[in-house]
Every structure is written in C-alpha cells, then in structure tokens.
Design a protein. Structure first.
Length: 338
C-alpha cells in the first residue's frame, strides 16, 4: 500500500492503538509528530525515526499548517486535552478524535471548535491491538470536504480489500467510510461495539454450554434445594472446548475473527485460569441500548449482553441476596454453600 499524497499527522496518545496507528501511517510514506505524557512511549517510537516532542506547545510548533491532529485517548480525558490544545491551534486546523467518545459530545465539540475556525472529525476506529498489520476499520463523521482532505491518511490506516460480490469498489470496501456529519462516525462505532458485545456473549455462552455437557456424569445432591437433572444420559459428553473453537474457525457459518481469537486464547490456556471473568464495559454498549430505547428499536440481544457484563462484575449480588432472603422468609430455605 502506497500513497501519492504524503501528509503530516500529529498523534496525541500512544497507547495500545495510537502507537500502531502512527507506525502504519509512517510505513505508508506519511510523516508524523507524536506526543504522550508517557515519555517512554514517545522514546520507543523516536527510535523508529518518528519525531517525538515533550509538550503540546512543541507538538503544535512541529506541525505544518493546516495541521492535522489525531487524539487517541480514553473518552474520560479527551475534553481535558482538547481544552489545552485548542488555544494553540489556528483556523483551518483539524482535530480528529479516534477514541470511543460519545457521539453527543462530538456534536457539542464540533460546534464549539467551529467558533475558533477549527474542524472536528470523529473517527470510530476498530482493529484492536492487531491493527498495525491488519489495518483499522474507520467510521468517520464530519464535514465532507475536510474528510476528503484527510483521505490519504485514512487510506493508509484502513486495511484495503475487495468489495462484496455485486458491489463496486469504494471507500467502504477499502475499510473506511464517511458516515455523515459530526457524531455520525462515533454513532456507527458505538453500535458496532454493541454488536460486538452480543457476538462475544453468544460465543462465550455457547462454549460454556458445551463445556458443561458432562452434567450427567457429575454427582448431584438429592435434596429440596437442588433441581434434579432429567435424563442425565443426555449430558454425558466430555468435549474439548478448545477443539470446538478451533473447528468452528474452519468453514463454519459462525467462523469469525472473534472465534479465531477465542480459539487462540483456549489453545494457550484451555481452562482460562488466569482470568477472573470480570468483564468491563467502556460505555458503547450502554449508549447503544439507550439509542435503541430512544428509537423504539428492539435490541434484546445487545441489551442482554450488557446485563451479562454487569453480572460478571457482581453488580447483581444484592439482588441475589434479596432473592435468597425471600426464599428464606417464605419457605425456610437455607442457602447452600457455593
């Protein structure tokens, strides 16, 4: 992949994705200036002949006008960095937010930056820690002419590829898409992550059902607090879950990158003993559910996958204790040890 229009990109934030984005851009013939409060992260990329700086003022001074600044930061600190950066910029400079900001914030920020003559582009970025080699899927919101100006950068970051049968080659088939005005990119990425929640949950639940297909071989207590297993002979399978994940990768309807990653994790650690099972959510799933509610769109799978993440963090413990207390009150039921 090469570009005929080398550009300069300033990157603020060199975490798991920011560092890889910069390397991908530079590898394709563009120039980059980088800044991060973690000086070691800057030094690592400076060793690869990328220009590093130690302050936002120096960062801005190193960029040619009109500047293109990409923020790859946690949503919680993006506004704080913007507040420091905006006074240092000039009219017609562009700020790209490539993190997972809430699209409501994008609309507010774009309007505020417009008063300073600045352009704001929201860019939902998907690809995780593998994006350096695989490329990143980009979902972009902002002014059409500004997005067009930045197209060489997006082309270098995106994976490229062939269009679906019956479709002509276009931006989307290359892995980047101008979705609409301010906020549209992060809106699409928000829903993308909601879908990801549901897909991850279904894969995990399916493999868990397979793992417990030996329920009929286990000794089950016979008491008033334990529901009997009907037809235990129907659950007498000792199935290797890692092997199932692997076979699903090859020719299966559910084959996907998520299944690939799951199979790799199970190959390294069949019992996943190093994981506690606490699953975080960074906001996109709940924002997707809220959008579904506002639009009156049924989204039971995504909603359930969000509740499952809350449950994994013991957020449902009090409800469980209430249930146990009610059983004790009305039936004298005594809790069984875990």
């Amino acid at each position: 992949m090469t570009t005929s229009r080398p550009m300069q990109l300033g990157m603020v934030g060199l975490g798991r994705m920011g560092a890889n984005l910069v390397q991908r851009v530079v590898r394709d013939g563009h120039h980059a200036v980088i800044f991060d409060v973690n000086h070691d992260a800057v030094a690592t990329l400076e060793a690869k002949d990328i220009v590093g700086v130690s302050s936002l003022q120096e960062f801005v001074d190193q960029l040619t006008t009109p500047r293109t600044v990409w923020l790859m930061l946690p949503a919680a600190i993006t506004q704080h960095v913007l507040d420091q950066l905006v006074p240092l910029l000039q009219a017609d400079d562009v700020i790209i937010d490539g993190g997972n900001s809430y699209y409501h914030d994008d609309i507010v920020r774009a309007a505020a930056l417009k008063e300073h003559g600045l352009h704001y582009v929201d860019c939902g970025t998907s690809g995780g820690v593998w994006g350096l080699e695989r490329g990143y899927s980009l979902m972009i919101g902002g002014e059409a002419d500004v997005v067009a100006r930045l197209e060489p950068i997006f082309e270098s970051i995106a994976p490229g590829g062939e269009p679906s049968p019956g479709r002509l080659a276009d931006q989307a088939s290359q892995g980047f898409l101008h979705c609409g005005p301010s906020g549209a990119g992060h809106f699409v990425k928000m829903v993308h992550n909601g879908v990801e929640y549901g897909m991850m949950a279904s894969i995990a639940e399916g493999l868990s059902i397979i793992k417990h297909a030996n329920a009929g071989l286990l000794v089950r207590e016979a008491d008033a607090e334990t529901a009997p297993l009907e037809n235990p002979e129907f659950y007498s399978y000792e199935i290797n879950v890692a092997d199932v994940a692997e076979v699903w990768r090859h020719g299966s309807v559910v084959s996907s990158w998520l299944v690939d990653l799951t199979a790799a994790a199970l190959a390294q650690s069949p019992e996943l003993a190093e994981f506690s099972g606490r699953v975080s959510d960074s906001g996109e799933g709940r924002w997707t559910v809220k959008a579904a509610i506002d639009e009156s769109v049924p989204a039971p799978v995504i909603s359930a996958s969000l509740w499952q993440r809350y449950e994994s963090r013991a957020e449902g413990d009090f409800a469980a204790r209430v249930l146990s207390a009610m059983r004790s009150q009305f039936g004298g039921h005594v809790e069984k040890p875990s």
